[in-house]
Design a protein around this ligand. Structure first.
Ligand code: NAP
Length: 413
């Protein structure tokens, strides 16, 4: 692997990719030996993406640009032969992801991505044996949403000092100051990914159950709007639940933790609207098969949430990303109802655009952890972030870079 670059950021011209470039420049000041490049299908767009990063007063002329198209297998392989690890920030992943996973495995390099598409995560599992034959890692879901949920549960397990039965996670993205439905905050490619996923999922619930263990007491979904931490919360099943379950089932020797996720909103009206709206959209997609309408007219179908351009910076700067995770279990004998509770908060601080800068930081430290702590990570396979990074110092690295994992409270129930 002598002269190879360490990391190639594929899809670097996209909205996420541009945050990854800027954060990579900043973070790699502390990793001067890491050699990295950016890649995508359009030289012009990649150059423009570098110029955005240049706002941060950095000389970017040394950063190599590699042209590769997700629809051209040979170009993907040529790119993969140049590096040790490829970081996929292109999307939607169901359209453009699988070819790169294949190319990475064939060229015997590690692959990571920021995917949170349930369908893609399921599709990629079939490459586990091939990844092991090549001795490489394929780690999906290293973006902010899934990685923090997965590592947050592991953090709770490590800190709890007992047996954790379940974790309920409450995600806040919308602060009190933003009432109603924000406009122009979702990129069209993310909307497409959401629609593809909704089409593939069952009408209700995250997907088939992972693992056969029947755990007592069972953690049931709170199916209605409910109040927690002074905010209104609605069930928000997504890939996070799948990723956490897969990680928990990966460690065969320990009791898996049950996990449910909710979205926490500032008012009863907003939460009811999002609950009913979410159901209504699923109903239209599933019963009336309206996916082509949703894909063709995303702005109308999303009531203005979706934008073809970059999300509205003024709103993005006000959005938060904050998980409050409530773990319950037993500090002593595992008997009866859980008696102990620990609350952990996971959140980025000091970020201009918390969701996207947070994603950039999450995926970059995933890559750096693979390259610098290889001996602490399972040898190979298609893994979740938690399964891959449990024994590494990734949480310390993230904490030191202001993506915080903090214990907020420990209580007797
Ligand atoms: N898990 C998380 O927390 C998280 C957070 C953020 C984003 N994401 C996911 O990341 C993905 C990208 O999001 P985004 O907002 O950055 O989207 P975006 O701005 O639309 O960027 C998409 C990127 O994919 C590239 N691309 C599309 N088709 C390609 C092809 N055939 N060959 C090579 N590159 C191709 C685009 O290249 P061009 O510039 O040449 O069009 C662009 O660089 C989405 O799937 C989104 O859901 C996940």
């Amino acid at each position: 692997m002598g002269d190879k670059l360490d990391i190639i950021i594929f899809g670097a011209s996209g909205y996420t990719g541009r945050f990854v470039i800027a954060e990579m420049i900043r973070i790699c000041r502390n990793y001067p030996d890491i050699r990295w490049a950016i890649a995508g299908r359009s030289k012009q767009k990649l150059e423009a993406a570098l110029l955005v990063a240049k706002d941060k007063a950095e000389d970017v002329s040394r950063i190599q640009i590699i042209i590769a198209d997700a629809e051209d297998e040979e170009s993907l392989k040529a790119m993969c032969r140049c590096c040790k690890l490829v970081m996929n920030c292109s999307g939607p992943f169901m359209c453009y992801g699988e070819a790169l996973v294949k190319a990475a495995i064939e060229c015997k390099i590690h692959y990571i991505d920021v995917c949170s598409e349930f369908t893609f995560l399921e599709t990629i599992k079939k490459y586990d044996a091939a990844a092991c034959d090549s001795g490489v890692l394929v780690i999906n879901a290293c973006g902010l949403g899934c990685l923090t949920a997965d590592l947050g549960v592991l953090f709770l397990q490590q800190q709890f000092q007992g047996t954790l039965n379940s974790v309920e996670a409450y995600l806040t993205t919308q602060p009190e100051a933003i009432r109603g439905l924000p406009k122009n905050v979702i990129r069209n490619s993310t909307w497409e990914a959401l629609i593809f996923d909704a089409m593939a999922k069952p009408f209700w619930g995250s997907s088939k159950k992972v693992g056969d263990l029947k755990l007592e007491p069972e953690l049931k979904t709170r199916i209605f709007v409910h109040k927690r931490f002074n905010r209104w919360c609605v069930p928000f099943p997504g890939s996070e639940e799948i990723v956490v379950q897969r990680t928990q089932n990966y460690f065969k020797h320990s009791r898996p933790v049950q996990f449910k996720r909710y979205h926490s909103l500032p008012s009863l009206i907003t939460s009811l609207a999002s609950f009913i709206g979410g159901f209504f959209i699923l109903f239209l997609l599933k019963v009336f098969c309206l996916s082509s309408f949703f894909l063709k007219y995303p702005r109308i179908a999303s009531l203005g949430l979706v934008t073809y351009g970059d999300p509205d910076e003024k709103i993005m700067e006000r959005l938060r990303f904050d998980y409050l995770m409530v773990g319950v279990g037993w500090r002593g004998d595992v008997k009866g109802a859980p008696r102990d509770e620990m609350i952990v908060e996971v959140y980025p601080i000091g970020k201009r655009n918390a969701p996207y800068e947070g994603t950039a930081i999450a995926v970059i430290y995933s890559a750096l952890t693979i390259l610098t702590e290889r001996e602490k990570i399972p040898k190979c396979g298609v893994l979740t972030p938690g399964a891959a990074f449990r024994n590494t110092s990734i949480i310390d690295k993230l904490n030191n870079d202001n993506l915080k994992f903090e214990i907020k409270a420990t209580n007797k129930i």
